[in-house]
Design a protein around this ligand. Structure first.
Ligand SMILES: Cc1cc2nc3c(=O)[nH]c(=O)nc-3n(C[C@H](O)[C@H](O)[C@H](O)COP(=O)(O)OP(=O)(O)OC[C@H]3O[C@@H](n4cnc5c(N)ncnc54)[C@H](O)[C@@H]3O)c2cc1C
Length: 290
């Protein structure tokens, strides 16, 4: 199918893009990698009057380390992240999560900003943003805002971005010393969206677990931070019993909807199973870093 007619704009600065969005008053869509937007247009599930293409805004494609964070311009391609030596050394959880995003051709076009702004509940990047307490910067006609995952994601495919706002940057803290990570996911075929995914990071100090971070993809309308499961690990450590208790708690903390792919009960059980697997791998990595 072909998309409905739309005006097409290719600004070269963020200010120009924001002004265009403002001019259409909510009836324009931003085009990033097009991997989610173009199918929506082709199936006529979205009929914007205009597309504002960000692909010519060179200032939105970067990846750098700043003050203990990695900063990603919104138009940074998922493939760039997957193969970046800087991301591999500073934020290996993001590399592991990226490998679960569709297939390589999709990742060659898809962007980090597009994935997060699209807010698919099964997407990997939103789960990593939630797990790591990352932030996004957004710019609109009234200026700039910085949002945490809990302030950004509202429900299925819905964020708190205003119609004139563009997500410009994603900021994630670099992995601390003593950390281990894992991203576990289950989907029917590799490359499909997750039925459930779990992002995990633990920071060990001897036998103690100084920090634990767990968040889901696909276990609810938005990524869910599993705070009460993290607390078990910080209080009781990362022995077998504590990890099993944290995984069981993770299953209790989610209340997924049923759909054609899986029932609510199945997703809950997957959350428990994948949390256990992710924790086991994260702890093993923290104990024997490469
Ligand atoms: C076959 C297939 C399999 C896939 N599997 C997965 C998967 O397993 N996991 C996964 O996470 N994704 C998957 N995707 C989606 C893919 O990763 C997309 O890259 C991603 O969802 C959207 O990124 P994009 O850059 O292509 O954005 P686009 O498709 O261009 O835009 C998506 C939406 O976000 C908005 N948007 C984009 N950028 C911005 C911005 N900077 N500011 C404000 N709004 C913005 C657009 O207006 C649009 O509404 C799959 C896609 C396909 C086609």
């Amino acid at each position: 199918m072909k998309p409905p007619k739309f005006d097409y704009h290719a600004p070269t600065t963020v200010d120009e893009a924001v002004a265009l969005l403002g001019r259409y008053g909510g009836d324009a869509k931003v085009l990033a990698g097009g991997q989610s937007l173009m199918p929506l247009l082709n199936f006529r599930l979205s009929r914007p009057a205009a597309l504002v293409d960000l692909n010519r805004i060179a200032a939105l494609a970067y990846l750098r380390e700043e003050n203990g964070h990695l900063a990603f311009g919104a138009m940074t391609r998922q493939r760039t992240i997957e193969f970046s030596p800087l991301v591999a050394s500073r934020l290996p959880l993001l590399v592991e999560a990226t490998r679960w995003v569709g297939h390589l051709p999709i990742r060659s076009r898809g962007t980090i900003g597009g994935s997060i702004a699209h807010a698919d509940p099964s997407a990997e990047y939103p789960a990593v943003l939630a797990a790591l307490d990352g932030q996004v910067r957004v710019r609109g006609e009234r200026g700039e805002r910085t949002l945490k995952a809990s302030e950004l994601f509202q429900t299925y495919l819905t964020t708190s971005l205003q119609p004139d706002e563009i997500l410009t940057e994603v900021r994630l803290p670099v992995t601390p010393a003593g950390a281990g990570h894992a991203f576990e996911e289950f989907s029917r075929r590799h490359g499909d969206f997750a039925i459930v995914g779990v992002a995990a990071m633990v920071v060990l100090e001897g036998a103690r677990c100084r920090e634990a971070r767990l968040a889901t993809a696909g276990a609810g309308p938005v990524p869910i931070r599993l705070g009460a499961a993290e607390e078990i690990l910080v209080r009781d450590g990362v022995g077998e019993a504590a990890m099993a208790a944290a995984a069981a708690r993770a299953g209790e903390l989610v209340n997924p909807d049923s759909d054609i792919h899986a029932s609510s009960a199945y997703r809950r059980n997957l959350t428990r199973v994948l949390t256990a697997r992710a924790l086991a791998r994260a702890v093993a990595r923290a104990r024997s870093p490469r």
